[in-house]
Design a protein around this ligand. Structure first.
Ligand code: NAP
Length: 231
């Protein structure tokens, strides 16, 4: 018997990186897990569904099918993101970066009415929301919105709990870099942090698991960032 026996969890963006680690930890804890994203996937002991978090009809159908489910985690990036100096930034790119917020909003709005009253939601923001780093103003603005949504939304969806995890720089498939270039990217990006290395997906997923489990926590953000914000 695991700590999540008899629990049902839907993890959107649950097929890669932070979402995949969360999917696997929930599964290993005994939960029935549905991992959703746009790709086809196969994960041992997990039901994979192809769903776009921006497609409200498809999301509604998914939640309806699993009415009464306990946990919702959304780690989906949503779409393309704009990176670079603000004064040179393509404004459509900046705007498109907010697909993450709309995907999160869709999933909470459409998912919560189908959740158990003792359920919990976890969303993923990111440290650029509260610490300037060159090139990340669009991502940071989205993260700031996600964090405000979590604090305010926790009042709206109670008794279902709503929390967030804010990762620092994490080594995930989000970065396409390989080999030495990849190692240099993470080394350079974290050299000024209190813990000067990239985080792992498991380190972030462990915080999501804590927030799902602890029934006295809502409306808060847990930083898993190697001290990035404090440094
Ligand atoms: N990695 C970092 O350093 C870092 C730092 C701070 C915050 N974060 C945040 O952490 C979260 C997870 O990032 P990650 O690094 O684990 O990324 P990742 O490995 O690229 O995984 C992203 C996941 O989101 C899914 N996804 C993207 N758009 C989707 C859509 N429209 N509908 C459904 N699923 C969608 C992807 O699958 P499909 O492509 O198949 O849809 C994939 O499963 C994101 O919110 C990211 O902003 C990451």
């Amino acid at each position: 018997m695991g700590q999540f026996t008899n629990k049902k969890a839907i993890v959107l963006g649950g097929t890669s990186g932070i979402g995949l680690s969360t999917t696997q930890m929930l599964r290993d804890g005994g939960a029935e897990v549905i991992a959703g994203s746009r790709r086809e996937c196969e994960i041992d002991g997990v039901e994979c569904v192809q769903v776009d978090v921006l497609d409200r009809e498809a999301l509604s159908a998914l939640f309806e099918k699993h009415h009464g489910f306990d946990y919702l985690v959304n780690a989906a990036t949503g779409g393309s993101r704009a990176v670079g100096p603000f004064l040179e930034m393509d404004l459509d790119g900046f705007q498109n970066s907010f697909a993450k917020l709309w995907g999160y909003t869709n999933s909470v709005r459409l998912g919560v009415p189908h959740m158990s009253q003792t359920g919990a939601v976890v969303l993923i923001s990111g440290y650029p929301a509260r610490r300037w780093r060159a090139g990340t103003i669009a991502i940071g603005s989205v993260g700031g919105s996600v964090e405000a949504f979590i604090r305010l939304g926790a009042n709206e969806i109670k008794p279902v709990r709503l929390n967030g995890v804010s990762p620092g720089l994490i080594d995930t498939p989000m970065s396409p870099l390989k080999g030495e270039e990849r190692a240099n990217f993470y080394q350079k990006g974290t050299s000024g942090h209190i813990i000067p290395r990239a985080g792992t997906t498991d380190e972030v997923a462990a915080a999501a698991i804590f927030l799902l489990e602890n029934e006295f926590v809502t409306g808060t953000i847990v930083d898993v960032d190697g001290g990035a914000i404090a440094s």
